[in-house]
Design a protein. Structure first.
Lengths: 334, 306
């Protein structure tokens, strides 16, 4: 495979030329660069080629960095959503399912108006598609390096195409969730925590139906919540959604009632600790890619709609900062 | 006094009917019967690319695919609206579908194409009625149809894909096209909205589809578009500051590729009569209708249920 002297060209990996040439690209090097060159004598003088104008470059389509996310937040109002929970709790699958519903037109009430991160959405869905060849629907989990990166989505309410709403969604990789639970410093450095409008806490029902794992699962999530409470300056405005994810493990369990009761006790704990200090807590039962039953699309869409609801007017005397939520990360000294 | 020419770009992925449209248009321009229709403004001196394709089209043959490897000398197809004196140009050869797929991978446009987009009066966006907008999802076996999944145009995994990581080329069609439109919006930021005629090609197949399939394959182009390509439809509707769009069902070839179909296509005494253009309640053979809409010379016909 030929290689290219242009730093961003991926022809060696993909076979696709950055500038769209199939033959005679002036930047190619290597044995297959030019069929004419392959037969030419080694001493032949290389042909003179006129420089090709630099192509116009666009965004990468991958998750946004903090700087890229800040640029969007400075440009327009944005809702920031943070998804957190243990590894395999289904955070990425949940986000992939949102993308899938927009793609197949089954999302009610909100319509798609754009995304800077279409590639990242596609990547998340790939292993659930037939062309991927995966034996069963799966989702590629987020990696450690994806902490503090953001999916972008712009939507509009059905029938109001000019009423755009932008959201940035951060998916705290499950791999680093134990660090976030254990270290306040770590949480303090996460821009997504500092700026989040909505926090989605995932409790994995696969663990909750297992008596040896369930207490640790809820304990970790409650501890993480406590860390967030300590490091987030506007914690009292944070809207918290507790998601019992992979709900199919509860719904299809022979002792379903017992596990549902356990989930109720978790709800009570959250209410007791945070019910008075936060906007109303919300609890959801979600199965984005369940075994043997259809996904809980209505529940996922309801949760999504909650993110975009206009917050209730504040009744207390508020500071200007509270009235106009921070537009980027600089407000937090980060 | 003549008005300045507007350029129109043909946009679409591989095998979506761009070249068939261009060749069919070339023929309609010569044999225009509608006094309000478009005609040839002038024949380009060099028709080395178009003329052989035109011959293939008239014989009912399948056209050679536009190649990026053997690029003919660029020239233009010039069209004229005699009533108003409005002129427009099409760049020839049209860009190959791979060019638009490559844009998704390279995340860039050649400067030449950027300039064309900036100057364009409008685009014709081609979608093939049979192509899948999305990859089919791997539903759990409990929900799978017992019929083999490789029938009826459903995506199947090539063997080499098994266990492979996602690559940019793997993105589904409508995601690639939405991204293309986002790129176009970025390039044209601050300009007036660009007009996009969405051409759903091979419309004769939709037209002939059994009524029982109407829920999945609506026979009205606007409904077909919103049903089968929802992401693009929603994106265009939600970005009125950048795009104005109208949907046409187009069969520039007029039929299939079987010997019987070829015999039917060549049987027409007036070759353009084999063309089908559906726009709301209007059905015609005038392939210039999408072009006229882009040029503001055609009020779109309302949908039957409008």
């Amino acid at each position: 495979m030929p290689t290219c002297t242009q730093p961003k060209c991926r022809i060696a990996e993909t076979g696709v030329c950055l500038e769209g040439h199939k033959q005679n690209c002036p930047h190619l090097t290597g044995p297959e660069a030019s069929p004419a060159g392959a037969t030419a004598a080694p001493s032949a003088t290389p042909p003179t080629v006129s420089p090709t104008p630099e192509p116009y470059r666009f965004h990468s389509g991958e998750k946004l960095t903090v700087v890229e996310a800040s640029r969007i937040m400075n440009d327009r109002p944005v809702r920031m959503i943070l998804c957190a929970g243990a590894q395999w709790a289904g955070k990425t699958t949940f986000l992939a399912r949102i993308g899938e519903m927009f793609r197949d037109g089954s999302f009610h009430k909100f319509r798609f108006a754009g995304s800077k991160t279409l590639c990242a959405f596609e990547r998340a869905t790939w292993h659930a598609t037939l062309p991927s060849g995966a034996a069963r629907p799966e989702t590629l989990r987020s990696e450690r390096r994806e902490a503090d990166t953001f999916l972008h989505l712009r939507v509009y309410p059905d029938g109001e195409p000019s009423c755009h709403k932008d959201m940035l969604i951060s998916d705290l990789p499950g791999e680093i969730f134990p660090e976030a639970v254990a270290s306040r410093d770590f949480c303090a450095k996460q821009r997504a925590i500092a700026r989040a409008d909505d926090l989605i806490l995932f409790l994995d029902c696969f663990s909750l139906v297992n008596s040896s794992m369930r207490h640790a699962e809820q304990d970790n999530v409650l501890f993480f919540m406590a860390q967030v409470a300590k490091v987030k300056h506007d914690f009292d405005r944070l809207r918290v959604h507790v998601v019992f994810s992979r709900w199919d493990f509860v719904a299809s369990h022979p002792q379903r009632q017992m596990h549902e009761d356990y989930c109720k006790t978790i709800e009570s704990k959250f209410e007791k600790r945070y019910g008075k200090s936060l906007p109303p807590l919300k609890f959801w039962r979600i199965a984005a890619r369940p075994e043997g039953s259809p996904p809980t699309d209505d529940e996922i869409q309801s949760l999504f709609r909650c993110w975009l609801e206009v917050p209730q007017p504040l009744t207390e005397i508020v500071t200007p900062r509270k009235r106009d939520s921070a537009r980027d990360f600089s407000t937090f000294g980060l | 006094m003549t008005k300045p020419e507007s350029s129109i770009l043909l946009v679409g992925l591989y095998d979506t009917g761009k070249t068939n449209f261009l060749v069919g248009l070339d023929i309609v321009l010569d044999e225009q019967t509608d006094p309000n229709g478009l005609v040839h403004s002038d024949h380009a001196a060099d028709r080395a690319y178009l003329q052989p394709l035109r011959e293939q089209w008239l014989k009912g043959e399948e056209l050679d695919h536009t190649s990026r490897q053997i690029a003919p000398q660029p020239h233009q197809l010039l069209v004229l609206h005699p009533v108003s004196g409005t002129r427009a140009t099409f760049h020839i050869p049209d860009l190959a579908g791979e060019t638009f797929a490559a844009q998704f991978v390279t995340r860039s446009f050649p400067q030449e194409f950027v300039e064309r987009i900036k100057q364009a009066a409008g685009l014709i966006l081609f979608l093939h009625c049979d192509q899948q907008a999305n990859h089919a999802l791997n539903i759990h076996p409990a929900f799978m149809d017992p019929a083999p999944p490789n029938q009826g145009g459903v995506d199947v995994a090539p063997l080499e894909n098994h266990g492979r990581k996602w690559q940019l080329e793997d993105a589904c069609r409508q995601v690639k096209l939405v991204d293309l439109l986002q790129f176009i919006a970025e390039i044209r930021r601050g300009r007036l909205p660009i007009r996009i005629a969405v051409a759903i090609s091979a419309w004769d197949r939709v037209d002939k589809a059994p009524k029982a399939l109407e829920a999945e394959m609506p026979k009205e182009p606007v409904r077909f578009f919103s049903k089968r390509w929802p992401l693009i439809d929603q994106y265009l509707q939600g970005n009125g500051e950048n795009f104005a769009f109208h949907v046409f069902g187009v069969s520039a070839r007029g039929g299939g590729k079987t010997p019987a179909e070829i015999a039917r296509l060549t049987h027409f005494a007036h070759p353009p009569d084999r063309i089908l253009v559906v726009d709301g309640t209007n059905r015609s053979s005038d392939l210039t209708r999408p072009v006229r809409w882009i040029l503001g010379l055609l009020e779109p016909t309302p949908a039957p249920n409008a």
